[in-house]
Ligand binder design. Structure first.
Ligand code: MN
Length: 207
């Protein structure tokens, strides 16, 4: 391998584009290969390309993504940084169908404490997803006091900006489900519970 190619590859490796930790058809039938190819391969890649272009040569350039999201000025940089982080968390929170796991250990205790039950958490996130008008995200978060809360965020907003730690995100932009579910957002949200990796979700909570 020649030097130029090595440099080029090291540049690609340090990109803000996260890896997809499963095959592009591994989440079927909950999320189709076509949706992954478009959502991960095109929408997310575009957010990454935009963000890398916008922060080039600025003081944000070498910061961790989470810090860029907290510090970015409102507008194009924040919109794209928020969406890169949102999708990084989103695509890494799933594991191949059918997962059908539930929160356990400490996370299960917190869910019971703050939502009454796992069913209570699912209902709260589902209701918030259906109520969100337009594009955005619904997040299970841990707030600054260690309490679990469900937050609705418009567009590319991320809960870190409000001081909450995002644990699990539902993308309610139409691009996340329209190829597979058309207008049936409720069906999409109901099916998502079959692919959540709760160990990953639990690992995002600050102890
Ligand atoms: Mn999306």
């Amino acid at each position: 391998m020649n030097c130029v190619l090595t440099l080029l590859m090291s540049g690609i490796m340090s990109s803000l584009m996260p890896n997809l930790p499963y095959a592009n058809d591994a989440l079927e039938p909950v999320i189709s290969k076509e949706t992954i190819d478009c959502h991960y391969g095109k929408h997310l890649q575009t957010y990454v390309n935009n963000l890398e272009r916008f922060i080039q040569g600025t003081e944000l350039e070498n910061l961790p993504l989470e810090e860029i999201v907290v510090k970015a000025p409102l507008g194009a940089i924040y919109n794209n940084a928020g969406q890169v982080l949102n999708h990084k968390l989103y695509f890494s929170q799933f594991s191949p169908y059918p997962r059908s796991s539930q929160p356990d250990g400490e996370l299960a205790e917190w869910v019971n404490r703050d939502f009454g039950s796992f069913e209570g958490l699912k209902k709260k996130m589902t209701d918030a997803s259906l109520a969100l008008f337009g594009s955005g995200w619904v997040w299970l978060c841990m707030d600054e006091n260690g309490k679990l809360v469900v937050l609705s965020c418009a567009n590319g907003d991320n809960p870190l900006r409000q001081g909450a730690t995002p644990l699990l995100g539902i993308d309610v932009w139409e691009h996340a489900y329209y190829l597979d579910y058309q207008n049936k957002r409720a069906d999409h949200v109901a099916s998502l519970w079959n692919i959540i990796d709760w160990d990953i979700v639990a690992g995002r909570a600050k102890r």
